[in-house]
Design a protein around this ligand. Sequence first.
Ligand code: ADP
Ligand code: MG
Length: 393
Amino acid sequence: MKIHEYQAKQLLVKAGVPVPRNIVARTPDEAARAFQELGGELAVVKSQIHAGGRGKGRFNEHPEQPGVVLVRSADEAKAHAARMLGSTLVTIQTGPEGKQVSTLLVEAGLKIARELYLGVVVDREAGGPVLIVSSEGGMEIEVVAHDSPEKILKEAFDVSAGLQAFQARKLAFALGLEGAALKNAVGFFQKTCQFFVDNDCSMAEINPLVVTADGELIALDAKVTFDDNALFRHPEFAELRDLNEEEPMEVQAQKAGLSYVKLDGNLGCLVNGAGLAMSTMDIIKLHGGEPANFLDVGGGANVDQVTEAFRIILADPNVKGVLVNIFGGIMKCDTIVTALMTAYDKIGIKVPLVVRLEGTNVEIARKMLAVSGRNIVTGTDLTDAAKKAVAAI
Ligand code: ADP
Ligand code: MG
């Protein structure tokens, strides 16, 4: 689950991580008032969307307007806010469709001496969290990793012990920090790592992490993602969720207990089991098709879930055909065919439908399909079904 920068900063402050003074604004007037309340000569108005690259991003409606902008007066803050609110911001991370901005963060402008990079992620090789820092702040870390990998420094740490002071010092030295900045970096690194663990994050990225002329370290940007599997431990995070930022059909699927990910192709797939869904997508591609989605109805799906699954798949206007691939293990094939036919009649499926079944009660299920009187093509195996589905569209 992703959250907004302003929400991440509120949580970071609670964890003792310094962030610039800031105020949330949802109207141009609020942005003007925020500038006055901050009281400085310089402020920054920042679009709140679940994507990075805002500084370099532009609005569809106002091609001159960046997603993050420095302002020097309340009037200027208000004018920028008026253009930003309700408009669609396109950045390198949003895709061409962009994201609509409905919240702004007005923040005190900082005198930046150095911009560093900091990220905490879960690392497979280390088998746990890893703190990553780099002297190349403000840049996309993927570019740094590609062009100058030696500038990326890493320390794995233990979830129970946290990042040790010697590890933090090692990184701070390597970044060339001295005096107050060195001391502040140790605290900053340790607290950010503790924040990551305490909140069950899958990612916490601070880019740029700013060093001021006085040697203070301040999180200028904050991107935080929580591990969905741990959300049950944090009921308080529910209110941080912004459904406007999520794919509406993915939200609907979650409610129905289905795991659905929308993709760009035109062949819908309905599969039971995540591994089988992955191989179904692979085999569709192998035979020249493009999957429109990943959809796993799970091991014990019922008629309602299968109906909902069809509804979700067919709500995507790109879908020109559907491939159903079921392996009846816990699920009986005849149960799924009953569900399939009920869904078929309820929704009125107008695109070609290809079904491949295998497993428990498959013979009964095949007979049911053969006499169903509905326009359903059957595949004898996975390859046959994929070929037929691709050919049908
Ligand atoms: P994004 O990563 O989405 O582009 P950032 O929050 O990193 O958004 O902001 C982009 C750039 O704007 C930063 O790299 C920094 O140069 C500048 N900036 C952001 N916030 C401030 C601030 N409070 N004071 C001064 N400059 C800022
Ligand atoms: Mg940033």
